[in-house]
Design a protein around this ligand. Structure first.
Ligand SMILES: *Cc1c(COP(=O)(O)O)cnc(C)c1O
Length: 187
């Protein structure tokens, strides 16, 4: 996990499989990148007995020890959380197997998904809002995918390539409840 590319970023936000309450981690095998990342997230201050010199624009993004301790404890539960997530996904896949017009996104061959969030892809373009309205009216917390960045006001005028594939998927994708505790809740 996290070994693709020179740096990988993990989020430990509250809605993730394991959490530290907020924050995340950067993984890298490159000691120089690790040093620079650590420097940037600790205000880019040059270590010195008394002077406060920052040698580039830095950030106060360090993970506090108390949150890190929470994360260490959460790590011990990670395998069981992932198993529960995978069982929830397996039930969705099974349930939608016989349903026409929709399919559950599943892991590609050769990959092992943590199934953090399950999504249902509808065949029909533009069918999403109908499903969102009907399920939410029945107390099922379905959601659309996150609004594509080029539709957000601050990025509406930036340069973009052809995004018709992303727009098509956005119009057909429904995110479904995926909590690791969902299994227990079933009737
Ligand atoms: C959680 C998540 C983010 C946001 O991470 P934060 O730590 O909440 O800022 C971005 N992209 C994906 C795919 C995520 O799952």
């Amino acid at each position: 996990m996290g070994t693709f590319g020179r740096l990988a970023c993990l989020s430990f936000n509250g809605n993730k499989i394991i959490t530290t309450g907020g924050g995340g981690a950067i993984l890298t095998a490159d000691p120089e990148l690790a040093r620079h990342a650590r420097h940037l997230v600790t205000t880019a201050k040059i270590p010195h007995d008394w002077s406060f010199i920052h040698d580039e624009v830095g950030y106060n993004y360090r993970l506090p020890n108390i949150n890190a301790a929470l994360g260490c404890a959460q790590l011990e539960s990670l395998p069981s959380f992932v198993e529960r997530k995978r069982r929830v996904a397996a039930r969705y896949i099974e349930a939608f197997d016989q349903i026409k017009g929709a399919r559950v996104m599943r892991e590609p061959a050769g990959a092992r998904s943590n199934y953090w969030l399950n999504c249902v892809l509808l065949d029909r373009a533009g069918g999403r809002d109908e499903v969102l309205a009907a399920t939410n009216a029945r107390g099922i917390m379905t959601r659309p995918v996150w609004t594509l960045m080029h539709r957000l006001p601050m990025y509406s005028a930036v340069q973009r390539a052809d995004l018709s594939c992303a727009e098509d998927i956005e119009s057909r994708l429904v995110n479904v409840p995926s909590s690791a505790t969902l299994e227990k809740a079933r009737a």
